[in-house]
Design a protein around this ligand. Structure first.
Ligand SMILES: *[C@@H]1O[C@H](CO)[C@@H](O)[C@H](O)[C@H]1NC(C)=O
Ligand SMILES: *[C@@H]1O[C@H](CO)[C@@H](O)[C@H](O)[C@H]1NC(C)=O
Ligand SMILES: *[C@@H]1O[C@H](CO)[C@@H](O)[C@H](O)[C@H]1NC(C)=O
Ligand SMILES: *[C@@H]1O[C@H](CO)[C@@H](O)[C@H](O)[C@H]1NC(C)=O
Ligand SMILES: *[C@@H]1O[C@H](CO)[C@@H](O)[C@H](O)[C@H]1NC(C)=O
Ligand SMILES: *[C@@H]1O[C@H](CO)[C@@H](O)[C@H](O)[C@H]1NC(C)=O
Length: 573
């Protein structure tokens, strides 16, 4: 394995500028010089990841400008299929979903784009970007040549890729390269026919001249199933101690092209209940320096992480949900603010490439609006007629979220106690069938919690005929590994004592619409103010409820409204 020496140096680049034919836009790989060629000139990208789906559209420009000012010449983004096709054949491409506008904006700002349209993206995103409705076919093998899966992929790519074609570099746009799948070598199927199918599909929609690539962990075993002839193999790794060794794994598959680290980790992801991940600036800058000194192309993952809005967070196995924040300890914070890491990274890039002069857009101003008292309006049980306007689905045995055609949030499972439980009686999920957390009440009195992988049994008491409610929360679908086929709800029977519970009423809950349109009318009955958190334990907890608070934006202060942070001191999940 040859040691890599810097190839696409600036000197060479400047010499070749004179010779280039500017009228023809091309983006290719030069085997002999081991680099990318942009319009026939050696080119090296220093890119950063930003997920438009994790940043409000209002702030896209602000974040992109900050990325440009850091000295990046490209950005990298995923496209989450489930974000754009929430129901089969129903597409969302407007407002915060307007990926074409995002790419155009990037172009106007003068940054190139490395596109990662999946269809699987991982990304700490619900089900790795695959739509939950794929699980309507229970035996589906995701990310394989399963015909049901391929048909859905084919249809989706047939909608997405034609939108991307005019945005390709060779067609006048900013997209220089397009990734096929994501870390496919880490998945168990190892199905080359699937990769070939994608390759063919990408070429048929994007043209033969599109530069397609794959990304896998920097280990030979991972590259084995993740790569395919005709797809340029790249690797991903964080601030490891031996950069040369990491790139050598790429060189074994790609002896002749550019070195590319498609995900150089600037920080790391978080899990519920764990401290926020931190990666030191020093580790990031020294590895970045070493990669750039080798002449490598680098994408910093993430450059700005952003937020998992709504229910878009994913989870890892053994089951651990990611939180709403996707801050990632990246150079720009979740709020888009400049950090010490940002300036340190900029200084490293400056050693290799020209960094734009002029002011860097400042962190957005924040305003402290003060304390807001929250008023408890209704528990979910009290608001059932609003949350579930079409009423429950009846079923002898429990049905999953997908079976009742609700994909996110909460579903209420209701039955009656078949016998007197005057002594504490174990209610159990013997097959770990609660996905992911159930808040249990009998006639509206909290009883306990069952939780996936954690709590399989809880005691309840109540009279025969009393209403047993389990409010089941989907905490996010697994986004990585074998078990992304992550069904939610009660996916197996529950037992009370020794008998299986039957005759369920299953209420799909449309919380989003309720919050948007009805919450205002919810005050008035049985309200009490809760400025202090209520006690919480597995046997004594408060049922999930809707709370509301008002605050005013003061007048007479210029530039309001401004961003703010919300804190819930002393509250719990
Ligand atoms: C880094 O890895 C290369 C290739 O495996 C090896 O030759 C070199 O000795 C390693 N360097 C260090 C400092 O371990
Ligand atoms: C439950 O207990 C009540 C008395 O508390 C009794 O009247 C009733 O018959 C019992 N029901 C069953 C199903 O055992
Ligand atoms: C349930 O109640 C029984 C009988 O009171 C007790 O032995 C057992 O420990 C309780 N189990 C749980 C999980 O609280
Ligand atoms: C999910 O997929 C894996 C791998 O194909 C399979 O072993 C498992 O049975 C599936 N799980 C469900 C709930 O279908
Ligand atoms: C519940 O148990 C019944 C009877 O054994 C079985 O037919 C059914 O498939 C089970 N349902 C689930 C969701 O496990
Ligand atoms: C919030 O303000 C609205 C309008 O003034 C009022 O109707 C509502 O009761 C207030 N809600 C709370 C929780 O204070």
């Amino acid at each position: 394995v040859p040691t890599d020496t810097p190839i696409c140096t600036q000197t060479e680049l400047q010499t070749l500028v004179v010779l280039s034919n500017a009228s023809q836009r091309t983006f290719k790989i030069d085997d002999s010089r081991k680099c990318f060629l942009k319009d026939g000139q050696p080119f090296r990208y220093i890119s950063g990841s930003i997920h438009y789906h994790r940043v409000p559209r209002f702030y896209w420009k602000d974040r992109l400008l900050k990325m440009k000012m850091a000295g990046l010449n490209a950005i990298q983004t995923y496209i989450p299929w489930n974000f754009h096709e929430p129901l089969p054949g129903q597409y969302q491409f407007s407002d915060d979903h307007d990926v074409e506008h995002f790419i155009q904006l990037t172009h106007e700002i003068g940054l190139l784009v490395i596109l990662r349209p999946g269809p699987y993206i991982c990304a700490e995103w619900d089900m790795g970007g695959l739509p939950a409705w794929l699980l309507e076919k229970q035996s589906i093998v995701l990310r394989s040549s399963d015909p049901y899966y391929l048909a859905a992929v084919d249809k989706w790519l047939g909608v997405l890729l034609p939108k991307m074609k005019p945005l390709l570099y060779q067609n006048g746009g900013p997209i220089i390269t397009v990734q096929v799948e994501n870390e496919y070598g880490s998945y168990f199927t190892c199905d080359y026919d699937y990769l070939r199918f994608l390759q063919k599909c990408f070429h048929s929609h994007l043209g033969d001249d599109v530069l397609l690539f794959t990304t896998d962990g920097a280990r030979e075993s991972l590259l084995q199933c993740g790569t395919l002839q005709g797809l340029y193999a790249t690797v991903d790794f964080g601030p490891v101690s031996n950069i040369t060794a990491a790139f050598q794994t790429q060189r074994r598959t790609e002896p002749r092209g550019p070195l590319v680290n498609s995900e150089f980790y600037t920080g790391w992801l978080d899990h519920w209940g764990q401290p926020h991940s931190r990666v030191s600036t020093e580790a990031v800058t020294s590895a970045l320096y070493n990669m750039l000194a080798l002449g490598a192309n680098v994408n910093l993952y993430m450059f700005t992480g952003g937020t998992n809005f709504a229910y878009w967070n994913g989870a890892n196995t053994p089951y651990a949900a990611q939180p709403t924040s996707y801050d990632y300890d990246a150079p720009l914070t979740e709020a888009g603010d400049l950090t010490e890491k940002y300036f340190a990274v900029r200084e490293i890039i400056r050693k290799f490439e020209k960094v734009p002069d002029g002011p860097i857009p400042p962190s957005t101003p924040k305003f402290a609006y003060g304390k807001v008292a929250l008023k408890k309006l209704k528990t979910v049980g009290e608001a059932l007629n609003i949350l579930s306007p079409s009423g429950p689905i009846k079923s002898l045995y429990p049905l999953t979220f997908v079976q009742v055609k609700q994909y996110f949030g909460f579903v209420l499972y209701r039955t009656t106690l078949p016998k007197n439980c005057s002594d504490p009686t174990p209610l159990s999920a013997p097959l770990n069938g609660v996905r992911d957390r159930a808040y249990i009440s009998v006639n509206g009195v909290p009883q306990g919690i069952l939780e996936r992988n954690k709590v399989f049994v809880t005691n309840i008491t109540g009279k025969a005929g009393a209403t047993l409610d389990l409010l089941v929360e989907n905490m996010g679908r697994v986004n990585y590994g074998r078990y992304t086929n992550d069904s939610k709800g009660l996916i197996s029977n529950l037992t009370l004592g020794n008998s299986i519970l039957t005759n369920w009423l299953i209420f799909p809950l449309n919380t989003e619409d309720a919050v948007r349109s009805h919450l205002r009318g919810w005050g008035g009955h049985g309200n009490s103010y809760h400025t202090e958190p209520e006690p919480h334990s597995s046997s004594n907890f408060t049922l999930p409820a809707f709370y509301m608070g008002n605050f005013s934006i003061p007048s007479g202060i210029p530039d309001l409204p401004q961003d703010t942070f919300i804190q819930f001191p002393g509250w719990t999940k």
